[in-house]
Design a binder for this molecule. Structure first.
Ligand code: PMP
Ligand code: GLN
Length: 388
């Protein structure tokens, strides 16, 4: 039936996310799914045990709006140990429904109609819709392969009287780039003395390679006082389907953040929070993650070693970008679909993360997969590249 009303879209340019599209295509065709970022292997049984225990212990009703105190305390302790930064669990830490909700709530809390928000692209796909729904205007700083380095002089030219917020993501999805101490200093110079806020998406905080440290914005005092730091247990403990994340922000910022959070979801699954709090008691469970994924990265790259793809080992995250520019000049979206259909390996075309769909002929592969899948996918890709 045709409705008589017309619903004017608030997001006219948005369709179904590329992650949904590619994962469905991979499932329909039985392809190896290296597209959407989620592990193909199970979580630690000890963590699952803790959930069962929490449920049996009657942790099954609404959690407090800000999150279970035990989890907020465990996060405060971990944050102090890993980064040396102190957040008060009562007034500066909020548990959210994944990082996605934290990002949305922080954007909504900060952005007023007409405010400009600086977004480095390629950018994770939830940032711009959140900004636009808040009435904000995204202002893009485009980064380009192979190194996606930030030209800070260019960033400075984009800051105007209307700039209210800058979105940061390190380690970065989709490029794998990890911010350096110099990046943090440059950002601090830029925002100092300005009425500007920062959202730092650090969901891959524990996945950096080759001894490279993750630089959290909370470690720089000029940045810390104006930043909403966003994390997620999905990436760290192989449970992306749980959708439990968090936001760390100074008290005044957290007050406004929680006003949005309490009407967006109010609170987050109670037994999961209790389980995660218990699981955080052993630091090795997150500190060992970098080594675990570095092996997977190297395994995948070994399989691609004799191929015609060009790549530099990713600095962080569980994504490896690969250039096929020397092989074919097909659009990246078309090639991602074709490879899924023809050789049974699904990936993500990086152009979708650019506002203007800039196509540098790069595909993103997720290597959070079991070793056999990575070996087979790498071999299929290498073989295909040599047949072209
Ligand atoms: N930010 C980035 C950079 C991500 O890659 C993802 C998910 N992969 C998210 C946020 C969302 O995290 P969550 O699943 O916890 O909502
Ligand atoms: N963040 C994941 C990725 O980049 C996907 C999350 C989602 O499907 N929304 O692949």
């Amino acid at each position: 039936m045709q409705p008589t009303q017309t619903l004017a879209s608030k997001l006219p340019r948005v369709g179904t996310t590329i992650f949904t599209v590619m994962s469905k295509l991979a499932a329909d065709l039985g392809a190896l799914n290296l597209s959407q970022g989620f592990p193909s292997f199970p979580a630690d049984p000890a963590l699952l045990e803790l959930v069962t225990k929490a449920m049996r212990n009657n942790h099954n009703q609404y959690a407090p709006m800000a999150g279970m105190p035990v989890l907020r305390e465990a996060i405060a302790q971990k944050t102090a140990e890993v980064y040396g930064t102190i957040y008060d669990p009562d007034s500066e830490i909020t548990i959210t429904s994944g990082a996605t909700e934290a990002l949305y709530a922080a954007v909504t809390a900060v952005v007023q109609a007409g405010d400009e928000v600086i977004v480095f692209e390629p950018a994770y796909d939830s940032y711009v819709p959140a900004i636009e729904l808040a009435g904000g205007v995204p202002v893009f700083v485009s980064l380009t392969p192979p190194d996606y380095a930030i030209d800070w002089a260019e960033v400075a030219t984009k800051v105007t009287d209307r700039t209210r917020l800058i979105m940061v993501n390190t380690p970065h999805n989709p490029t794998g780039r990890v911010w350096t101490a110099d990046d943090l200093n440059q950002l601090a110079n830029l925002v100092q003395e300005r009425d500007l806020f920062l959202i730092s998406d650090e969901v891959y905080e524990h996945i950096t390679f080759d001894q490279r440290p993750h630089r959290s914005l909370m470690q720089h005092p000029v940045l810390q006082e104006r930043t909403f730091v966003v994390g997620s247990f999905g990436k760290t403990f192989h449970v992306t389907g749980w959708k439990v994340g968090y936001c760390l922000a100074p008290r005044e910022l957290t007050v406004e953040f929680r006003k949005v959070h309490q009407f967006l979801t109010f609170s987050v699954s109670t037994p999961m929070q209790v389980a995660l709090a218990g699981y955080l008691s052993e630091p090795d469970r997150y500190l060992s993650l970098a080594g675990f994924y570095e092996q997977k990265r190297d395994l995948f790259l070994q399989a691609l070693a004799g191929s015609r793809f060009a790549f530099t080992p990713t600095e962080g995250t569980f994504f490896q970008n690969v250039s096929y520019a020397a092989i074919t000049d097909e659009p990246d979206y078309d090639l991602a679909v074709r490879l899924t259909k023809e050789i049974g390996v699904a990936s993500i075309p990086v152009s979708v993360f650019y506002d203007q769909r800039n196509d540098y002929h790069i595909l993103r592969f997720c290597f959070a997969k079991d070793d056999e899948t990575l070996r087979r996918a790498g071999e299929k890709l290498a073989q295909w590249s040599r047949s072209m």
